[in-house]
Write a protein that binds this ligand. Structure first.
Ligand code: MSP
Length: 516
């Protein structure tokens, strides 16, 4: 049985859900739906990261206790994903008791093994990043991410012997070229590993921070937030079902953006080695959504809220934009104009128009009843079918590489071919000649096969739209899978078309650009 385990990062609860979080969650949901439809057993995990300085400070600014604050924002994430139709299997919170227990068990185990030791450390600490910086890493003495001077802190702490696993990690990455994808991020991790790896400080004294998981072997310290949070990927599986770790863990596919490559490409695999667990199957790293060439974050403004996007454009249209616009691995620019352009051109004018024309003609000419196909097909009919078969194959290859934009492009190229087929066969002209009526019936049958194929292939990307399309075709999920020409039984009647995509308005002008 094929299986896959898909994870998103656990989002910090110091900010509300925004475009960046939405992108990773949407691609995870799309992958999960894709593999589930392909017959895989899947498990899809998301959740929230709730301990550490960042959260303690955010709670303080809000005048609340960290737990109450985390409850509120974590619920906001969960309800946002629910309202966006994200079909996760489990939502983990790092404050869940089972997770805390798991972290303490692993810490104890690694401590007993001798891979955690007590030592003194001094360094430049950035509260925003929650990590120490070496002098070399600072830019003009400031944290390159937060443009703030870090504080010099010297204290005794516990350290994880990460250096011990440097060589095994290099070997693991070299022996499995697709462990970290795309290649440029693998190269980045390997480049980092060319320098000697320092041990990782994994504790914070409670005199400075209480909001964390207590170290099981020293109550004067709490666990560094990354050492706690990364373990979620295993603790969640163990919590859900005892057998899941053995079943799903070897097929773990982590989805992250480039900002957290180091914890996932270095800390996490060395932690797994120390804990005696196999490495994840793949780490998939995407680029950043940028606005006006500035990094998007709460501190810098420009927050794009998923629920606002849903209200404005419809969730499937927004999903389509995210999946089609970003080349996985590279940065992409976000603007409302780009969203509107994509929706109007690809969805409203192209896909929506095609579906409504096919169904409208079926109703107008045959009262919705699908007409039989003759035994021998015209050359253009065979070509149309082959074009879609090839597109579906291409889509599969692109999905294996997480190239969502290319997968969708392949479908739209086939749709272009289908549009040409309509022009070429011109059923609306042929229908005027009674002797050609049975040919019109065949042509429309093929157009409905296009709609049926589109419904099947687009379902992981735009699940609600696929349901609407399937309802218009009046078929069940099983019939969606039938080969071309066998999707509709004799005398099957399709429903009349309904508009698929909501109206889109150009933001600056308020002008109505397209009415579906
Ligand atoms: N809590 C850590 C992750 C722990 S995982 C065990 C964290 N949280 S975060 O809230 O900052 O989320 C970072 C992730 O959000 C990125 O890796 C990415 O998935 C997503 N994005 C946040 N902003 C983004 C963009 N502007 N563009 C694309 N995705 C980005 O780091």
């Amino acid at each position: 049985m094929d299986r896959i385990y898909i994870t998103t990062p656990l989002y910090y609860v110091n900010a509300e859900p925004h475009l960046g979080h939405t992108y990773t969650t949407v691609i995870a949901d799309t992958l999960n739906r894709y593999y589930r439809a392909a017959g895989h057993q899947t498990f899809f995990l998301t959740g929230t990261d709730e301990h550490g300085d960042k959260i303690a400070q955010a709670a303080k600014e809000n005048g609340t206790e960290p737990k109450a604050y985390a409850d509120r924002i974590s619920n906001l994430f969960r309800s946002t994903w629910d309202q966006c139709g994200i079909a996760y299997d489990h939502f983990i919170r790092t404050t869940d008791t089972y997770h805390i227990d798991f972290v303490q068990t692993v810490l104890q185990q690694i401590y007993r093994k001798g891979d955690i030791y007590f030592g003194k450390y001094g360094g430049f600490y950035c509260y925003g990043c929650e990590r120490f910086y070496t002098e070399k890493e600072l830019l003009d003495g400031k944290c390159p991410d937060h443009q703030k001077e870090p504080e010099y802190i010297s204290e005794t702490n516990y350290f994880f012997r990460m250096s011990k696993y440097q060589q095994p990690l290099i070997e693991a990455i070299q022996s499995k070229p697709d462990l970290i994808r795309p290649e440029r991020y693998r190269a980045e991790v390997l480049a980092f590993l060319r320098e000697p790896l320092e041990d990782l400080c994994i504790s914070r004294p409670i005199s400075r921070l209480q909001w964390g998981i207590p170290l099981p072997f020293d109550a004067q310290y709490v666990t560094y937030v990354w050492f706690d949070a990364l373990l979620n990927y295993v603790s969640a599986l163990e919590h859900r079902a005892g057998a899941s770790v053995a079943f799903f863990w070897p097929k773990a596919n982590h989805l992250i953006a480039k900002d957290i490559l180091k914890p996932h490409g270095i800390y996490w695999p060395t932690m797994l080695m120390a804990a005696g667990l196999p490495l994840y199957d793949h780490l998939h790293v995407h680029g950043y959504w940028v606005m006006d060439s500035a990094k998007m974050s709460k501190t810098l403004g420009n927050v794009i809220r998923p629920l606002e996007m849903k209200a404005r454009f419809g969730i499937d249209s927004f999903r389509y934009f995210l999946l089609r616009e970003m080349a996985f691995g590279q940065d992409a620019k976000f603007s409302e104009e780009a969203v509107v352009t994509r929706i109007n051109a690809d969805l409203a004018n192209n896909l929506g128009n095609f579906v409504s024309r096919a169904l409208a003609m079926q109703h107008k000419y045959f009262d919705g009843v699908v007409q039989p196909l003759s035994a021998s097909w015209a050359k253009e009919d065979v070509e149309l079918r082959d074009r879609f078969t090839a597109a579906e194959h291409d889509l599969k290859l692109q999905m294996e590489e997480l190239q969502f934009h290319r997968a969708l492009e392949a479908v739209w190229l086939a749709l272009d071919h289908a549009n040409r087929y309509v022009v070429q066969t011109a059923p609306f002209t042929m229908i005027k000649d009674e002797s050609k009526k049975s040919r019109v019936g065949e042509v429309l049958h093929h157009l409905l096969e296009v709609v049926r194929t589109l419904t099947r292939v687009l379902a992981p990307f735009m699940p609600d739209t696929a349901i609407k399309m399937r309802n218009m075709l009046a078929i069940d999920d099983d019939s969606l899978k039938s080969p071309w020409g066998q999707g509709f039984s004799a005398g099957h009647k399709v429903n009349p078309p309904k508009a698929l995509f909501p109206r889109v308005i150009i933001p600056e002008t308020g002008r109505l650009e397209f009415t579906s």
